[in-house]
Write a protein that binds this ligand. Structure first.
Ligand code: PEP
Ligand code: MG
Length: 591
């Protein structure tokens, strides 16, 4: 694809999902390809076969170049097997011969390949053997590489990213995002995605400014194009003029200055002006974030998303490997508590090496606790590892996406069995370990009083709760305007869960992204929440707001908000009130 003509100061507007400003050059990872389709004349068939074979050769050359680079970097060596698998696929007759058969039927190479890939995918889905079935994602990766080559595209791979890169991609999976080198990547923009997609959540954890939901940015940008992304406002500027560049450089410095200023909140208590204490904890995806979480003043981990431990590896981590990871967290955060959430795969978190199929409707499919309750052996391995880590500090277990009491009872049965095994083996663990559940489904909201009888705590996962209550896919940019945390249905749902928890005298907290937005602090305070768990970088900002509020005024404000009938009205009222009450924090230059 040739250079696209893009005028100076071309603005694109998306969703700012990870604050900060990134200035650099575009590194195009992937665009959405339209698979070209045309019929061949008899005389063109041999040339088309040759074009296909050349594409295979080029793919092999690309892979061996990547392999050489990877081999020289010790921390990446474990990924070599993936490259070897991809090379083998390029020689597999199911891929090569069958595509050529289709080309001989006068179908152009990319359409023939695409048809063949669809066939093969269907075949893979029906394979009994887990390991083989998993290879379907490798086949997809190879297929996409070939389609890109046939389209004449010149995309970069994750391994080829240069310094000061602004990544542009049609879509980035959480597994890819995890691998971004934050020393090289100064920001990213994607066509797809919503604010609470796991890719966005990871960007915030990694401290990489990001704008998602740009719709068709990858059709406009080209590699090496100078660009700016503002992850706070969701603006992307392509080919910035000198003036714009200077303006954003100023904003970047101001942002960095504010970040440093906020650091002084680290050692101040998270307490309202009327002395209500709120425990501000961190959500954790990667082990490497623990020091930064402490640095930002987190008093414990309120949500450890263990599924990230399972990504980018060939096999699910075994008990000892998990125990090592959990103990590192528990020991480094001690004496504060750690809430370890059991595996939450599925949805937008696809993990290789698992008995997981691609589903038509993954958000409502075999996700989270449903998967663990099907794969009991895998579940037990994780529970044993968590229990062992509980001997080293304050650990709580949390089960994701619960929709009924029966699921909790099943979890408890398996937990009891794991405890019994450890007891018999003479292994230490906290026999009184607290167990809790995520409240993420409308069903859980309706039966919160029943669920509260079975557990020690609730943690409200607003990311999914909003998705399921409002029927809005959290990762779909086309409906992101409907994703309203202040929708009256959500406020009512939150209130009834908090009331049920308080009535049953169990702990209740929020660990969805709502907890990390300073503007929602009075709402959460008004609900009586004494614990919030969020991206660690947001803790100082939220603390600053809490210290300026009183619990009593927040309750009154929430009462007013509950009278309103649309999300928009609620948001406007809240915004107005916060600007009036705390102009320094919510005035012109919004935090
Ligand atoms: C949530 O759904 O709010 C949550 C915290 O879990 P996750 O974002 O990992 O789905
Ligand atoms: Mg969730």
């Amino acid at each position: 694809m040739g250079k696209t003509e893009v005028r100076k100061d071309t603005y694109l507007i998306g969703l700012g999902v990870s604050p900060g400003i990134g200035i650099g050059r575009v590194c195009l990872l992937n665009r959405l390809y339209h698979v070209a389709d045309w019929a061949l004349d008899e005389g063109e068939v041999e040339d088309e076969i040759l074009r296909f074979r050349n594409a295979l050769d080029k793919a092999k050359t690309q892979l061996s170049e990547v392999k050489q680079k990877v081999a020289s970097q010790p921390h990446l060596r474990e990924h070599i097997y993936i490259l070897d698998t991809h090379m083998l696929i390029l020689e597999d007759e199911m891929l090569v011969d069958s595509t050529e058969v289709l080309i001989r039927q006068k179908i152009n190479a990319e359409r023939a390949l695409d048809q063949n890939l669809k066939q093969l995918r269907l075949m893979f889905e029906n394979i009994e053997d887990d390991y083989l079935r998993e290879r379907s994602s490798d086949l997809d990766a190879v297929g996409q590489r070939l389609l890109r080559i046939l389209a004449g595209a010149n995309d970069t791979t994750l391994e080829q990213i240069k310094e000061k890169s602004l990544i542009a991609a049609h879509d980035l999976s959480p597994a890819d995002t995890m691998q971004l080198d934050r020393n090289k990547v100064v920001g990213f923009m994607t066509d797809r995605g919503g604010k609470t997609s796991h890719t966005a959540i990871l960007a915030r954890s990694l401290g990489i400014p990001a704008v998602v939901g740009l719709d068709s940015a990858t059709a406009v940008v080209d590699r090496d194009m100078p660009a700016i992304i503002d992850g706070t406002t969701g603006v992307v500027v392509l080919n910035p003029s000198e003036e714009t560049f200077k303006e954003y450089l100023k904003r970047k410095l101001a942002f960095e200055y504010l970040e440093k200023e906020l650091a002084r909140y680290r050692d101040l208590p998270a307490e309202t002006a009327d002395n209500f204490k709120v425990a501000l904890r961190a959500n954790l995806e990667l082990l490497s974030e623990v020091p930064a979480a402490l640095e930002d003043g987190a008093v414990g981990i309120g949500l450890y998303r263990t599924e990230f431990l399972y990504m980018n590896c060939r096999q699910p981590p075994g008990e000892d490997e998990q125990f090592a990871a959990y103990s590192r967290i528990v020991e480094s955060i001690s004496p504060h508590p750690v809430t370890i959430r059991t595996l939450d795969v599925g949805g937008d978190k696809f993990v290789q090496g698992m008995n997981l199929e691609r589903e038509d409707n993954p958000a409502m499919g075999l996700r989270a606790i449903r998967f663990s309750l099907r794969e009991v052996d895998l579940f037990k391995v994780q529970l044993r590892a968590i229990l062992r880590a509980s001997a080293l500090g304050q650990v709580r277990i949390m089960f994701p996406m619960i929709s009924g009491v029966a699921e909790i009872l099943a979890c408890k049965r398996i937990l009891r069995a794991a405890k019994l095994e450890l007891e018999q083996e003479g292994v230490l663990f906290d026999s009184q370990i607290k167990i809790g559940i995520m409240i993420e489904t409308p069903a859980a909201v309706f039966i919160a009083p029943l669920l509260a009888q079975e557990v020690d705590f609730f943690s409200i996962g607003t990311n999914d709760l909003i998705q399921y209550c409002l029927a809005v896919d959290r990762g779909n940019e086309n409906v992101s305007y409907l994703y309203e945390p202040l929708h009256p249905a959500i406020l009512r749902a939150l209130k009834s869960v908090c009331d049920a928890a308080h009535a049953a005298e169990i702990d209740v907290s929020i660990c969805g992204e709502m907890a990390s937005e300073p503007i929602y602090a009075p709402v959460l305070l008004g609900l009586g929440l004494g614990e919030l768990s969020m991206n660690h970088a947001c803790i100082p900002r939220v603390k600053r707001v809490l210290r300026n509020l009183t619990r009593t005024e927040s309750q009154l404000l929430l009462d007013d908000l509950l009278q309103l009938s649309t999300g928009r009205e609620v948001a406007a009222h809240l915004d107005r009130e916060m600007r009036r009450r705390l102009p320094d924090l919510f005035g012109e230059f919004v935090i």
